[in-house]
Design a protein around this ligand. Sequence first.
Ligand SMILES: Cc1cc2nc3c(=O)[nH]c(=O)nc-3n(C[C@H](O)[C@H](O)[C@H](O)COP(=O)(O)OP(=O)(O)OC[C@H]3O[C@@H](n4cnc5c(N)ncnc54)[C@H](O)[C@@H]3O)c2cc1C
Length: 492
Amino acid sequence: MNRHILVLGGGLTGLSSAFHISRRFPDALVTLVEKSSRLGGWVSSDRVQVRDEHGHVAEILLEAGPRSLRPNGQSVLELINLLELKESVITVPNSSSAAKNRYLQIPETQGLVTLPNSLTSVLSPPMRTMLLPNILREPLRRGNRPKRIKDESLDSFMTRRFGPTFARVFGSALVHGIYAADSRQLSVRAAFPSLWEMEDRGWGSIVRGALRPSWTPAQKDYNVGDVPDLMKGVSVYSFSDGISTLTDALASRLQLLHNVSILRKTTVSSIGVTSDNDVEVKLTNGQVLNPTHIVSALPLPVLDDLLTASSTLPHLKANPTSSVVVVNLVFPQSRGHLHPSGFGYLIPRPLTGYSLENSGILGTVFDSCALSAQDSDATNFTKMTVMMGGPNPISSSHTNVDAILKQLSIHLTAPDDLLKALPDPVYVRTQNHINCIPTPTPGHLERMEEMKSTLAHGIWAGRMEVIGAGVRGVSISDCIESGKRVAERLIS
Ligand SMILES: Cc1cc2nc3c(=O)[nH]c(=O)nc-3n(C[C@H](O)[C@H](O)[C@H](O)COP(=O)(O)OP(=O)(O)OC[C@H]3O[C@@H](n4cnc5c(N)ncnc54)[C@H](O)[C@@H]3O)c2cc1C
């Protein structure tokens, strides 16, 4: 055991890298350091008991962070196979309304607009005017990417090809749903590389590029067993006990391994290379560790603060991060449905920009519609999650329950109907997640290459790897993939 690999941060990225590293190097000592008593980082699923006025009781699963996964993430399917989690998977079929129906809520209007899921819905108002002409015109528009640019914001990219209204309504809503960020700040190449490639493939047109097949060979080194069979015809999925099933299973498996030790409630206080050329990590409990390799799965700005003056890395604080208020609401059964059947809705950037005048809401997920199998006696209750903040400035007047219910009733009442009051929720939980999602800004990919080159050639000489949501992508699948690949990169 002369190789000692220190993994910093016990979120999804740190846990999955410790798991893959311990498999690849069974003779190495692997130590995972996490400042909190709980492992999982932003992944956090809890079960709460609720009761309505008629005495109906249910155990409802609430997610504070991520709640659903796309079936195309091979690295997640691999973990499901290796950790034997197949029995806990809950799938949402493509044919269900939760998969087919997604909505937009146009600020300053009442009600929801259905996002097109078929040709006929593209032809119905308001999509007929908002979406169709821009898409039909795009392939006829000449290639207009400026020659010297290597990256740009998603908003500028979409504005070039589809016009400013399309970019504001559809682009900003998409970015609110994934990054809780401003599409005018987000790098198109880092966040949506396939769109940039489509423009290349289509000789300047995204639509033409989408119609031409891509020849990127798929990686085939995932040990997925028969898990892909479960995912046939599936839109999204989760687990009966929520996404924490993944992080809990990783933690339990790591605890069983003789070569892995997990230090919880242990904070890293400094990271560097000494004058004797030793890698040195100090912990707030006074311990000093000299591992052969470090894998940092810490948020990049946190890592920046911990590096000693002689061991710094470039660009760790180049990107902003979004903060999100997550409000879980459970309502008692009422006459008629509280919301239309579907996955939920997103709210685009208001025409007048982000301001305190707006509701502060980024979107709402209709959890019961997709994932009611997580809850006992779910038929008597409706579960929704409102996401607030990101680029929207918010104050306490936005996050109080009455203000949120008032906004929800505007969103959930059909246009031209009298405002429908929502019943009082039987359970409300509000959590303010500060700096929870990084926003890669234009130039991010080049900056990360420079950072990696400093790690490979400078004082670190390949002895540290930096991964996590701030480096590659923020999705669960990106985080697990980076944990898998880092194990392969560590010098054998
Ligand atoms: C509200 C929300 C909803 C989301 N929804 C989805 C979704 O539906 N689907 C999806 O795919 N993705 C979703 N994501 C994104 C995804 O959950 C995250 O990108 C991912 O969990 C990040 O994992 P990570 O391990 O890289 O970082 P983190 O979870 O931030 O982990 C970093 C860890 O480092 C620890 N740490 C920090 N400082 C120190 C220190 N000094 N010493 C020791 N430890 C330290 C922290 O305590 C933490 O545990 C969502 C994220 C949020 C916040």
